[in-house]
Design a binder for this molecule. Sequence first.
Ligand code: AMP
Length: 596
Amino acid sequence: MQFGDLAEVFDRLEKTSSRLEMTDILAEFFRNVKPEEIRKTIYLSVGRLHPDFVPLELGMADKLVLKAIASVSGRRSEEVEDLWTKTGDPGEVAEMLIAKKKQMTLFSEPLSFQNVIEGLTAIENASGKDSQDKKMKLLARMLHDSSPLEARYLCRIVTGRMRVGAGTMTAMDALASAFASKEDRPDIERAFNITCDMGLVAETLASGGLDAVKGIEVSVGNPVKVMLAERLRSLPEIMERLGGKCAFEYKYDGIRVQAHIKKGPGGFVKLFSRRLEDLTSNFPDIGEALLRQLKGREAIVEGECVAYDPDTGTLQPFQNVTHRRKKHGMEKAVEDIPVRIFLFDMLYCNGEDYTLKPYSFRRMRLESSFKDDDSERYDRIGYTSRAIIDSDEKAQKFFDGAIAARCEGIMAKSLSEDSVYRAGSRGFLWIKYKKDYTQALVDSFDLTVVGAFYGMGKRAGKYGALLMAAYDPDTGRFGTACKLGTGFDDAFLDAMPGLLEKYRCETKPASLDAEMVPDVWFIPGVVLEVTAADISLSPIHTIAYGTVKEDAGLGLRFPRFTGRVRDDKTPEQCTTASEIVEFYRMQEDRDNGDVE
Ligand code: AMP
């Protein structure tokens, strides 16, 4: 395959906002290329050479790319920078200048896909004192042989600016259409949810068919998409929904960690956040304890890391554990902030995939998998407090105990035979109930930034307000939920442009439905925690559009930023459309006096 073929596909995808059309374009392309090329294409479509959880990035700075463009096009660097200031996109600059250059020179080799992969791999691996110069030259070499369109995508790939609009959902539809059928889509989706590697799933499907995909299993080192909980408005409702008997666990307020542990030669421990970031270096003490105390050979377990006072055994507020997410001063943070992991699930053990086993089985195995540690000041591994609950009274008592122990609330878990670990989905097998639900104000929402409005007055020259969106997993689309302009302190207002820059895009993101038009668009990336006075029907906001009322969406009233950037959540793990509808209904009931 030539790189030009792929550049053309990217261009066609970018020009349409119809998901169906994108699916057709991709399916046709997948049918015509080799399985390993499909795999790399999937990574390249988001500007990477590996799946998301591999922490290697091409990450070339814009200025370095501009230097390469100047050297290939023979333009002065001021001229190149000038164009960059106007467009904000090195891809566009390269396209314009290479187009002009091409009119003058016709000597270049066609750029093969393989050459591009090799060139990008060399860029990624360049290290040492002169690594920046090496990267610049490697890019310049590829730009020399590229067409204007190829240059656009090369520069976007290396600067992390790929925005072709076709997300994972569309890729899965296209794979099903190219190599299987619509009915097989759930098998493809499960394989992705347990490996987090769409490239692997695509290559397996293209080369071995659906049976090979069905054979994909959880494996140590590949994160599994986390299972999420639904929420209900009262404890009796939860009891009823779970058949009158279920397990309750404390809901700890910390950082969720999925630990992959392998002992022996070639062994390792890797800790992933729910966003699939590698958190191993943030919790070295927890990683070591898990490796030391695991009885078996290998395992995948999940738990919540919470700041903890070893002398009194009391849990510390969420803010304390966030110091462990810092980039610098980690050694000191490890010493100053003792952390304990409260384990709640086991997804894999000694070669056996547990994700399709019921909750009670997983929990039983979990509790017998780690040794106690008496040699240290305190045991870093614990299990979430838990009880089997079969009445509303016991439910209330357990909830009160959780709050007294400084937890956020409880997690109710189904005891039924089909209570599998539903990787990547939110469902009623787990139901959360938090202290906030009992208060007049609704709970906080995690929303993603999709736009910004320039500020005025004191905020001139900065962003003054943000357009925030929630996610609808049923459609795979985002919808706006509010314009947020309150709760920002000066430090956050200053930091905001930097935080958002890498998500900036020229037009409305393809996965977003929006009526309101901000000054700047962002693809969903940054998640902020927001509170609101209530939720109302909205003629302008698009989340849950048509669900409560035919021609209206739902909007948050008097939204306020809590100061918490939820960098542990992906935009798809934001508050969902159905949760917002649930809040709206909860509030209607409260207003009607139906909820105590
Ligand atoms: P939320 O972030 O409000 O959607 O609540 C779900 C989160 O609660 C999970 O992602 C975990 O980080 C956290 N959590 C705390 N305790 C538990 C528990 N016992 N079982 C499952 N999740 C828990």
